[in-house]
Unconditional design. Structure first.
Length: 432
């Protein structure tokens, strides 16, 4: 009989890897054209109805497509439900020292949001408890680097802005930045959660703002969300509209093609893209998919570098401090633990060349692994249930806390040193 941990891991990897082997990739015989795939993958009206009108995991956002809602997903530790709720400002609910001034805002995808754990089990809450001051969580599952950046520049112009900003880049966030709509890449996961959670309860991946290349100029351009009103979202149920709107989304086609989900790809568009990126890839051979996969990574990294430059410019112009966290447990950490090379070396080199303040959690885990006599799979079970478990979030918080303390000026109250004056506890007592 399948163990609980295997059930949880199997289910949650659908969210982490948009097109998994079980529900994403197809055999050569089953492959369909891009047009057929899009037309067969549109959401139902019921999904949109639930997303817009009922309590669910996500809620509509005109800029980044969706942000966190109020729900209890059934994918937590030991097959538990998890309390996942949102505050009026759009941040995930927090408790630790919430009445105190906040100096740190965090942005990113589900590893920032801390999917699969309760509100009080996020790494932000663990870190806040240790520092004695709040840490806001504006993460949301499924967002890419660009969508997190768009959320960042919006929130940092409000009265809940912060001096210190953490931008968390996880896994395939690089590629998500390029997509006009991620819904097509999570077809299998949507089917799974419609059965297990209820139709539309975990709906997300609708149209959002993105960045993509202008093939005439070879420049990256920023695009606003094509569906900015709640009512307009119903256009996603129209197969003809979806195909016409997505047929020029080259990143989407490349992702589906490299995963063996479609059988056609516009070769001339690939050659133009490769030329603009300065690539030397071969698109004339029979084994085209590895070349498409490599080019997609190159395209995505170019987008991330563009976004990081924009984020740095924004922080400098607004007297803020930016820190980047980079982590890819399944495509980088695991490979490094196996003695392999990391595929994202280009991004690490870029961060170093630009003197970016960043934390590489892949290397943190590589060092931590040395402390155990475990297989890689058993090591992962210490911290992961797909996303981080509560233990994983605690590990993450205490792995970055020294860098955070060094970063903050003045130091948190818990690091004031022996010369501290008597604390006025009334600022910390809830019932004072």
């Amino acid at each position: 009989m399948e163990t609980r941990i295997n059930i949880i891991l199997r289910t949650t990897l659908f969210l982490l890897f948009a097109c998994s082997l079980a529900f994403g990739q197809t055999t050569e015989k089953e492959q369909m054209s891009f047009k057929e795939y899009i037309r067969e993958s549109v959401p139902t009206r019921k999904e949109i109805d639930v997303f817009l009108n009922e309590m669910s995991w996500a809620q509509f956002d005109r800029d980044v497509g969706y942000i966190l809602g109020n729900y209890m997903p059934h994918d937590g530790l030991d097959k538990s439900f998890t309390l996942s709720t949102v505050q009026s400002n759009g941040a995930r609910t927090s408790f630790m020292y919430k009445g105190r001034p906040c100096r740190i805002n965090t942005y990113g995808d589900s590893f920032t949001q801390c999917h699969q754990v309760n509100d009080g089990e996020t790494w932000q809450e663990y870190l806040a408890a240790h520092l004695g001051e709040p840490v806001r969580n504006f993460g949301m599952g499924g967002l890419g680097v660009y969508q997190a950046y768009r959320r960042m520049i919006r929130e940092e112009k409000t009265d809940h802005d912060a001096k210190y900003i953490i931008l968390y880049i996880w896994g395939d966030d690089h590629i998500r930045s390029l997509l006009r709509c991620r819904y097509m890449l999570i077809k299998g996961w949507n089917q799974q959660t419609n059965r297990t959670e209820g139709i539309g309860k975990m709906f997300h991946g609708n149209f959002w703002s993105n960045v993509e290349m202008d093939f005439e100029t070879g420049k990256l351009v920023e695009k606003d969300n094509l569906l900015q009103s709640r009512q307009s979202l119903y256009k996603m149920t129209d197969p003809d509209w979806m195909y016409e709107t997505l047929k020029s989304d080259l990143a989407l086609q490349m992702y589906l093609y490299k995963n063996n989900q479609i059988n056609d790809i516009p070769i001339q568009a690939l050659k133009r893209l490769s030329k603009h990126l300065g690539g030397q890839l071969n698109f004339d051979g029979k084994n085209l998919r590895p070349s498409v996969a490599a080019l997609l990574d190159e395209y995505a990294f170019e987008a991330t570098k563009y976004i990081l430059d924009k984020a740095d410019e924004f922080a400098s112009a607004n007297n803020k401090e930016l820190m980047v966290v980079i982590f890819d447990p399944y495509r980088v950490t695991r490979q490094l633990l196996q003695g392999g090379k990391r595929y994202d070396r280009e991004i690490i080199d870029f961060l170093n060349e630009n003197d970016t303040n960043y934390i590489d959690m892949n290397l943190v885990h590589v060092e931590d692994f040395k402390s155990f006599n475990l297989s890689i799979d058993d090591y992962f079970k210490r911290y992961f249930i797909g996303h981080y478990s509560p233990a994983g979030n605690l590990f993450f918080a205490y792995s970055i806390k020294d860098r955070i303390v060094e970063w903050l000026n003045p130091k948190p109250i818990t690091y004031k040193g022996s010369t501290r004056k008597m604390i006025e506890f009334k600022e910390y007592l809830q019932d004072y």
